[in-house]
Design a protein around this ligand. Structure first.
Ligand code: DUC
Ligand code: ZN
Ligand code: ZN
Length: 465
């Protein structure tokens, strides 16, 4: 048994002074301060917040993409996540066009088995929706603990699904209770703009953003919402929402009571097309991701923070998809369309969102809700994860509001040769991290191990109606 003593427990319901008793892998009880047993190992949390281990519902460890592979393995990526206070990831297993869905899933089980430092689940990317894939959706939901499927309106010739395929997958999800996750950008229209830009000699990284205007995110978001409506209000989750006009579509749908949800990511809350993607020379390649960073001259960042407060955005995930500059991002020197898309932030999401609390953009409760509780409820992990309550897994972060975090490639643990957040300072720091009752990180010392993390079979979303 262990007792986390003297801290302020913060659940999505708000802060309360309490001591947390852990028995083996789970939380046994919460006590009024000082009322817990005295004869057990204690972790002093005086002056600190005690929060549920964070859940990153959108990561791509070692994802084959853009002619290369994301640079974090499940080992390096989940270790970095753990150090940053994330105790569960939901990564994406992939079915490519022409592949059997279950074979894709088996390949991802093989990549992860014995290698993860924290618990993990999978969403399934469907790269080819056909009769077999639709049948496989039922099997994955019923037998495999995989209850969410990602489709792409972008990347023609790679992961792209047309509207007919999307509709069929949505109808299937409506029947079996799964969630459809959508990469909502109009890929065919983007491809036209990319070709025209390259023909004009516009090859720098900033043109990645310019050729993916927010209208093409908003249009795809709106189309996905209409299609989900035709599929009897199939639950729809828009991933990595970056722009004001896309958010308007989600908010309007939610206002009419629709089963529509969305996440954003730290990069869209803080970084911009001009300051990062538009950095001189090839530097901007560090921030090439899709959806792209948006203009600082428009209201995107303020609107996204507001969306988090109003729950039009319910989750913050990272879309962690890291690539090194050397040999990877460099593939796009002279042609921005060849820069592998992705940013790595899995280690920093808890801190970056805590800065939102310090800046009075989010309440403490909302911080916990967007990084832990709602991801758990959205993707069928609750109440096993995402809450500090008796019976829940003892995935716990002790967070020090008096600490300070400095982000740098020199000190981060992700397998990247640069940091998208170089020089950022956060007024707070992860102090201690427990995964199923084991202290895996404490005071900057990592004590976890590959293989501790287990595959978690997920149930249906709590938000399903
Ligand atoms: N966007 C990215 O930036 N990387 C991976 C896939 C995606 O949709
Ligand atoms: Zn995507
Ligand atoms: Zn992604």
């Amino acid at each position: 048994m262990k007792l986390i003593k003297g801290g302020t427990v913060v659940n999505a319901t708000g802060p309360v002074q309490a001591d947390v008793l852990i028995d083996d892998e789970t939380i046994a009880a919460l006590f009024a301060p000082g009322r817990g047993p005295g004869d057990v190992e204690t972790i002093d949390a005086t002056g600190k917040y005690v929060i549920p281990g964070a859940i990153d519902a959108h990561t791509h460890m070692q994802m084959p993409f853009g002619g290369t592979q994301a640079s974090d393995t499940f080992d390096t990526g989940t270790r970095a996540a753990a150090i940053g206070g994330t105790t569960t990831i939901i990564d994406f297993a992939i079915q490519r066009y022409g592949e059997v869905v279950q074979d894709g899933l088996a390949a991802w089980h093989a990549k992860t088995e014995g290698r993860c430092h924290i618990d993990y689940g999978f969403h399934m990317i469907l790269g080819g929706v056909d009769d077999d894939a639709l049948k496989a959706m039922d099997q994955l939901v019923a037998d495999e603990g995989i209850t969410s499927f990602k489709l792409f309106m972008a990347y023609p010739g790679v992961f792209y699904s047309d509207d007919g395929q999307i509709l069929r997958a949505m109808q299937k999800a409506r029947d079996n209770g799964a969630m459809i996750m959508m990469h909502a950008e109009n890929g065919p229209a983007i491809d036209v703009l990319v070709k025209q830009a390259l023909e004009r000699g516009e090859t720098d990284p900033v043109h990645h953003g310019i050729t993916r205007p927010q209208e093409l995110e908003a249009e795809a978001t709106s189309r996905a919402i209409w299609l989900a409506g035709v599929a009897a209000d199939c639950p729809l989750y828009i991933v990595h929402l970056s722009a004001s006009k896309a958010l308007e579509q989600v908010a309007a749908a939610r206002d009419t009571g629709r089963n529509v949800f969305a996440e954003t990511c730290p990069q869209y809350l803080y970084l911009t097309l001009e300051d990062q993607l538009g950095a001189p020379g090839f530097e901007g390649a560090k921030w090439v991701c899709s959806t792209p960073l948006r203009s600082k001259h428009e209201s995107h960042r303020a609107d996204l923070w507001q969306g988090l407060r109003t729950n039009d955005l319910s989750v913050v995930s990272t879309d962690h998809c890291p690539f090194c500059m050397k040999d990877q991002k460099e593939m796009g020197i002279g042609d921005f369309s060849k820069i592998p898309n992705g940013i790595g932030s899995v280690e920093h999401r808890v801190d970056l969102l805590y800065q939102g609390v310090v800046d009075k953009k989010l309440s403490l409760a909302r911080w916990v809700e967007t990084i832990a509780t709602t991801p758990a409820r959205m993707f069928g992990l609750y109440p096993r994860k995402g809450v500090l309550a008796p019976g829940a897994d003892a995935d716990i972060v002790v967070y020090d509001p008096a600490g300070r975090t400095r982000i740098s490639v020199q000190t981060h643990h992700m397998n990247m040769d640069y940091s998208a957040w170089e020089g950022w300072e956060i007024d707070g720091a992860v102090d201690t991290v427990l995964s199923r009752g084991e202290v895996i990180s404490s005071g900057g010392q990592y004590r976890g191990r590959a293989g501790h993390g287990r595959f978690v079979r997920r149930g249906l979303s709590d938000y399903l109606r």
